[in-house]
Design a protein around this ligand. Structure first.
Ligand SMILES: C[S@@+](CC[C@H](N)C(=O)[O-])C[C@H]1O[C@@H](n2cnc3c(N)ncnc32)[C@H](O)[C@@H]1O
Length: 298
């Protein structure tokens, strides 16, 4: 029989239950065993969550509970309908994105920059930006404009001055955008990119040689690239492309004993402190996440 949840756990649980009921969701929380350590990850809470029906969107809401975002958006932007995939090769995505005035989008545009390619809803980057307000700037590149609008709405709501989202086809705009940024590029993440399974659609994948070259060129010395996918084939494709730059980019497990990888060189843990939405959905469905981290040496 499950252990009885403690009072504080129940309070936490009930608070979220109220918020989530507004969205028509049941309240649940479960962290996978591969990702523990957050304050609400207690066996009691997991036991409480297990007593209810689990759905992965509920887990996303709870994993990002600190941001307290969802209900504010529907009032201002209406319901954001999200198309599953777009074709980045279509004419409407072929124009390079306009370079913003970095002084307008960031309070201090000389801070080191993290770029998340294919930032989706933006919650992952918002979470990081909120935790590191004075240390880094965060830029999300996303090809679905509605997601970008909503994410920038959230930026305002949270009054964050170290994060911005741009509507951009990252494959073609990355270099132009990042090379004009006044500070150093310290981290690029490409997390669970759209798989485009059919062979004839592989050219739609965001990681193409041109993007890899741009990342390697713009990254500061010691800067890092973090890639992951729940689809092994996609992870291997990204891995092969970044491994090809072995003179400049080194796989991190060769550099640090503290970074644990399996025999194939996949990171055993998410090193970011929070899972992305796709990662939460995939792990909920029992998938494994294939992760790899690189560091620029020269
Ligand atoms: C499967 S989602 C993953 C989102 C997020 N990284 C996560 O892990 O939850 C992939 C995202 O990449 C975006 N995307 C696909 N191709 C892109 C491109 N060429 N440039 C920018 N974003 C792209 C998609 O619109 C989508 O939001």
């Amino acid at each position: 029989m499950a252990a009885a949840p403690s009072l504080c756990v129940l309070r936490y649980f009930n608070r979220w239950n109220k918020n989530l009921k507004k969205e028509g969701l049941c309240s649940v929380l479960l962290r996978t065993s591969s990702f523990s350590g957050r304050h609400y990850c207690s066996s009691n809470l997991v036991a409480a969550a297990c007593a209810t029906a689990l759905r992965s969107p509920d887990l996303v809401a709870l994993e990002y509970a600190d941001l307290n975002l969802t209900h504010k958006v529907s009032e201002e932007l209406g319901h954001v309908r999200i198309r599953q995939h777009v074709n980045p090769l279509s004419a409407s995505f072929s124009m390079p994105a306009n370079v913003p005035d970095w002084d307008e989008v960031f309070k201090d545009p000389t801070l080191p920059l993290m770029v998340d390619v294919g930032s989706g809803s933006g919650r992952f980057l918002l979470w990081l930006a909120k935790r590191n307000p004075e240390e880094k700037n965060y830029l999300g590149l996303e090809i679905r404009q509605k997601l970008v609008k909503r994410a920038n709405f959230w930026v305002k709501e949270l009054a964050l001055s170290n994060i911005h989202f741009l509507f951009a086809n990252a494959t073609i705009s990355f270099n132009q955008l990042v090379s004009t940024y006044p500070g150093p590029l310290m981290l690029v993440s490409i997390l669970c990119p759209d798989p485009h399974f059919k062979k004839r659609h592989h050219k739609r994948r965001v990681v193409q040689k041109h993007l890899v070259d741009s990342i390697v060129k713009n990254l500061m010395r010691g800067g890092q690239v973090f890639i992951q996918s729940d689809v092994l084939e996609v992870a291997l494709d990204m891995r092969n492309q970044f491994d090809a730059d072995v003179d400049v980019l080194h796989h991190i497990d060769a550099l640090s004993q503290s970074v644990l990888c399996d025999n194939e060189g996949w990171l055993l843990r998410n090193p970011m402190g929070i899972r992305t939405e796709r990662e939460i959905h995939a792990e909920f469905e029992g998938a494994r996440i294939f992760r790899r981290m690189y560091q620029k040496m020269t």
